[in-house]
Design a protein around this ligand. Structure first.
Ligand code: TYD
Length: 137
């Protein structure tokens, strides 16, 4: 099933006395070429984000600061991923509904995307997503 394609990617850490460094290279340690980067910050506590799916877009979400949870749903199965370390990200393939919640105060999520912003790639209604997965699973 689609949800099994979602996975935690551990980018590793290069540590020395000056601090820690983690790197990401498109098509090398992530499965797509990066076309867009955005970041979400100043999220009020108890706020949820996401609540949509993408038809074609693939994404990597990284808890650059703080922590949050990402719940993925493929129309049948739900899997919850707590993201708590800046070197551990979540790969989200296309075709999955996501809820992002439990943001810690001051958290920052960095998102790498396989394509440019395109509103027509979004499915924003859960009922439409269920119809979509019925057609596509
Ligand atoms: P949205 O994707 O709904 O946010 P969330 O990450 O919580 O699901 O995006 C919020 C608004 O920002 C929406 O009006 C679309 C706009 N937006 C862009 O213009 N460009 C982008 O790259 C992104 C991600 C969003």
């Amino acid at each position: 099933m689609r949800i099994e394609l979602a996975k935690i990617i551990d980018f590793g850490v290069i540590s020395d006395p000056r601090g820690d460094l983690t790197f990401i290279e498109g098509n090398r340690n992530i499965p797509f070429e990066i076309k867009r980067v955005y970041y979400i910050y100043n999220v009020p506590v108890l706020t949820n984000r996401g609540s949509h799916a993408h038809k074609n877009l693939e994404q990597i979400i990284i808890p650059i600061a703080g922590s949050f949870n990402v719940k993925l749903f493929d129309g049948h199965k739900t899997v919850d991923f707590p993201l708590t370390k800046p070197w551990k990200s979540l790969y989200i393939p296309n075709g999955l509904w996501r809820e992002i919640y439990n943001f810690s105060e001051g958290s920052i999520s960095l998102v790498l995307a396989s394509d440019y912003y395109d509103e027509s790639d979004y499915i924003r209604e859960l009922s439409n997503f269920k119809r979509f997965t019925g057609d596509n699973l």
